[in-house]
Design a protein around this ligand. Structure first.
Ligand code: C6P
Length: 404
């Protein structure tokens, strides 16, 4: 039995009031809330260990370095990377994708092909468009269907001997669709293409095994998995990370610097220029511990229950349409109410203490596909309850009445 009421006690923010009502936080796909166990690690770091890392012989610096490197090992173990130097700690998913896209500038030439999907967040579109502009490579798109699923038959046709890279999200942030990444990776490798999986939305729900997936790059953000903002990870196979040039130049990423020539540090430091988000990295490790203690099997089972419950209740409201109806989806419900603008519904829900995201969710091509300006997105986490879903349903009914 999943003890959600006990879990909720770990999250201080869940007991606050918003606009005079108990907060109902359904914007988990934008950022998750932070348990006390992670907040304590942040306070402890600044109270006892704050120092720069990899630089000082003094005790504080060495202790902070140890904590940071232990966090890297936690990330390695969580994603089952073969080596800890295959884990680059970045500022988040966006940074990780840009790092890889920038690196491929020196590996692609005019006429090479790269494949994206119709279901991507702008973070997994724009850096690659910039890469194509720099190199003359051609961007191809795996189309989607009305259910918000990728059309795999078309993917098979898009892959050619010229395909060098495929980049797809594991789970769509706007619709919640879980994409068939095992198939995508296997097929890409058959034509010799590398694959980057954007795991920003999967990591709060699933524990990915990068070796089992045989994926070349996997990226995620800590703030979507109970960790702080401004920190995230890039997993890259050792061979690929060795092939890519550094992204940024600066302190820590060098072996030796003279005015004639600079040589670079070994992995992972080659990609970690400047003072990193040390406290954030350590807290990321604590967030991974926290989520593993709750257990990803428990999380998946409970969130699925929430998804089914909410889908049934919301669909009972006349004029409500859900976008993203794949059977294979996670706990995200994107919907609209007749022709009412999503922003208006979101504003009324906020007055009732309910936090949802409205708009295009940084996925404009998906909105264009459905020919809508945006949606109302309710995204559930393992600390949400069916009672909160009832509050949302009542709120949506009220908004409909007020705005119709
Ligand atoms: N999506 C959402 O509300 P950053 O901002 O770098 O941590 O993550 C970017 C990102 C990349 N890919 C996917 C699939 C994402 O969902 C996100 C972030 C949030 O949907 C904020 S826009």
């Amino acid at each position: 039995m999943f003890k959600v009421n006990d879990i909720r006690k770990d999250f201080p923010i869940l007991s606050r009031q918003v606009n005079g009502k108990s907060l109902v936080y359904f914007d988990n796909a934008a950022t998750s809330q932070t348990p006390q166990q992670v907040i304590d690690v942040i306070v402890d770091y600044y109270s006892n260990y704050n120092a720069n890392i990899h630089r000082g012989v003094h005790t504080l610096s060495q202790e902070a370095t140890d904590l940071y490197e232990q966090a890297r090992q936690k990330v390695q173990a969580h994603f089952n990377a073969k080596f800890s130097h295959e884990i680059i700690l970045t500022s988040g998913t966006t940074h990780s994708i840009n790092l890889v896209a920038n690196g491929f500038s020196s590996l692609l030439k005019k006429g090479d092909e790269v494949i994206v999907s119709a279901l991507e967040h702008h973070s997994n579109i724009v850096p690659w468009q910039m890469l194509c502009e720099r190199t003359g490579a051609i961007l191809k798109v795996i189309p989607m269907n009305q259910d918000g699923e990728l059309v795999m038959d078309d993917y098979d046709i898009l892959l050619t001997k010229n395909t060098k890279l495929v980049f797809v999200n594991h789970i769509s942030n706007a619709l919640g669709t879980i994409n068939p990444i095992e198939y995508i990776i296997e097929k890409a490798h058959k034509v010799g293409a590398a694959v980057l999986i954007d795991g920003a939305q999967s990591c709060p729900h699933i524990k990915p095994d990068v070796q089992k997936l045989d994926v070349d790059f996997y990226v995620a953000s800590a703030h979507k998995m109970c960790g702080p903002t401004g920190v995230g990870m890039l997993y890259g196979k050792e061979d690929w990370l060795n092939k890519l040039p550094p992204y940024q130049g600066g302190g820590e990423m060098i072996a030796e610097v003279t005015f004639e020539k600079t040589t670079y540090a070994n992995l992972p430091h080659k990609f970690e220029a400047g003072t990193p988000n040390i406290c954030g990295g350590i807290a990321f490790g604590a967030a991974i511990d926290y989520m593993n203690n709750v257990g990803f099997n428990n999380i998946a089972k409970y969130e699925h229950e929430l998804l089914e419950y909410a889908t049934e209740k919301l669909l009972a409201i006349e004029g409500l349409k859900i976008y993203g109806t794949s059977k294979n989806k996670t706990s995200v419900i994107s919907f609209n109410l007749n022709s009412i603008h999503p922003y208006d519904v979101g504003t009324i829900l906020d007055k009732l203490g309910i936090a949802v995201r409205t708009g295009h969710h940084c996925a404009q091509p998906i909105m264009d596909f459905y020919n809508i300006p945006g949606t109302i997105r309710a995204s559930f986490s393992f600390y949400n309850t069916k009672a909160e879903i009832d509050t949302l349903v009542e709120g949506v009914k009220k908004a409909k009445m007020m705005l119709s």
